[in-house]
Ligand binder design. Structure first.
Ligand code: UDX
Length: 442
């Protein structure tokens, strides 16, 4: 078993640390924020990720939390798990990565610095040069990107589709791969640049699938097809597969939006215009706003109308609101003069723009509302189409941004239903202003 140091007690760092400890390694997690370390020492985890608190607790004898960088000096592996947010230019901000390199303690033997954070291609080469310039030629370097999705991170870590290790020296790659010996998964070994690109390309491909199915959904709406059936029929083709074909109100979260910008910018910095990725990003931005058009089609002007946003997190089973469509929707609705109520079981509604009324229950959100919008696919919302909810609403309109409900059942329960890429029923079309009568004699 090995000694593993982790820089960054954020979501990636804690998941990685907890899982390595569970695999039997000795883990030291170091962060620069005293409150965070103090909370972790007391068993408090600063985000909502099921199974992480229990895993940290179960392996507490193999886990240390520290502010002191010297506590990782004995570690054989030093994982960088820090944020790489976008800068104003769209490039990834690597300042925290460089802080880690600058702050490395006195290291003896042949420890390996391992990059888990998502970084632009070429970062490893720069860090290698940086290590050499600092007299740290004896420190190895490897890229070992994470493919963890929020809400299922432990499962993704322990049962990954693959483990990617890129290194300059094959012994370093062997050593990093050996950390995962107990995990049954193919290991893809590559050069450092390719390992960095695998992460960016995998994310970009997943986003491409989402924007693709969202565009198909929009065409379904215009032509009377049902995107849920279309995705099922398409996804059964073994060459395509069923994943990431759920149409909705666009992707959000801490990874996709920032990683797509970083890859677009990386390509552009290298003199290449990544046209497809640019379209994927634009389609996603427009998709977040489509709900507004739907509301207007049913309600006319939104001025003075009350709209309930149900679910605020960028997806279910997380409290993460980074780049969540709910924020864009709330802002647009306020700009249209609507009254906005918002509910989420775990996400912090205070992250929404000022002026939104954040409430504690679904009932409080829909009371007197002209429309309810399903923004996040929370389990609690699956039973939304019930008589008590219908009776609470001023007009029983559900815009289902996640295709969570069954359209027929919802309509049978007395609601007007509008999903994403689903055929409209004649009963869903509100009376239109009559066409002006043709002029006499025309
Ligand atoms: C993602 C990647 O899955 C993970 O491998 C990477 O390391 C980080 O980014 P995450 O952001 O946690 O993980 O969420 P994910 O479950 O992949 O969903 C991303 C977004 O896409 C969410 O907003 C989700 O609602 C949306 N999505 C996903 C769709 O709209 N349709 C789909 O079919 C799948």
């Amino acid at each position: 078993m090995s000694k593993v140091g982790i820089f960054g007690a954020g979501w990636v760092g804690l998941v990685t640390g907890a899982c390595f400890a569970d695999l039997g390694h000795e883990v030291v997690i170091r962060d620069v924020v005293p409150e965070k370390i103090e909370a972790l020492r007391q068993g408090r985890v600063p985000f909502h990720e099921e199974a992480v608190p229990a895993l940290l607790e179960r392996n507490s004898d193999r886990l240390t939390f520290t502010l002191d960088v010297d506590d990782v000096a004995e570690c054989e592996f030093l994982f960088i798990c820090v944020d790489t947010p976008p800068t104003y230019s769209g490039d990834a901000d690597l300042s925290r990565v460089w802080t880690v390199v600058d702050e490395l303690p006195e290291l003896s033997g042949h420890p390996i610095l391992v990059m888990k954070s998502t970084v632009p291609v070429g970062t490893g080469e720069k860090v290698r040069t940086g290590l050499d310039e600092r007299g740290l030629e004896h420190v190895g370097y490897a890229s070992n990107p994470e493919f963890l999705a929020e809400g299922r991170a432990i499962e993704d870590f322990m049962h990954p589709d693959r483990i990617v290790v890129g290194a300059f020296e094959s012994e370093d790659a062997d050593a990093v791969a050996a950390l995962y010996d107990k995990i049954d998964a193919p290991v893809v070994r590559s050069d450092v640049n390719s390992a960095e690109m695998i992460k960016l390309a995998a994310n970009a491909f997943l986003m491409t699938r989402i924007s693709f199915i969202n565009e198909i959904a929009n065409v379904c709406e215009a032509t009377g097809a049902d995107v849920v059936k279309v995705a099922e029929g398409v996804g059964l083709d073994k060459r395509l597969g069923p994943h990431f074909l759920k149409a909705g109100i666009g992707y959000g979260g801490s990874c996709f939006p920032k990683d797509s910008l970083a890859l677009k910018q990386l390509a552009s910095n290298s003199g290449y215009h990544f046209q497809l990725l640019s379209a994927v990003i634009e389609v996603n931005e427009l998709q977040k706003r489509r709900v507004i058009g739907k509301l207007k089609r049913h309600l006319g002007s939104l001025e003075g109308k009350t709209v309930a946003l149900l679910g605020l997190a960028f997806k279910a089973n997380t409290d993460d609101m980074r780049e969540a469509p709910s924020i864009v929707l709330a802002s647009r609705l306020l700009a249209e003069g609507a009254e906005v109520r918002a509910w989420d079981p775990v996400a912090d509604g205070r992250k929404l723009p000022k002026g939104v009324d954040v409430v504690d229950s679904i009932e409080d959100a829909v009371r007197g509302a002209d429309a309810a919008v399903i923004v996040t696919e929370w389990e609690q919302l699956k039973s939304l189409a019930r008589p008590e909810i219908r009776d609470l609403m001023a007009s029983p309109l559900i815009v289902d941004g996640r295709n969570l409900l069954d359209p027929e059942e919802t309509r049978n329960a007395g609601f007007t239903y509008d999903g994403i890429g689903r055929p409209q029923s004649p009963s869903d079309v509100l009376p239109q202003t009559p066409e002006p009568a043709p002029a006499r004699g025309a």
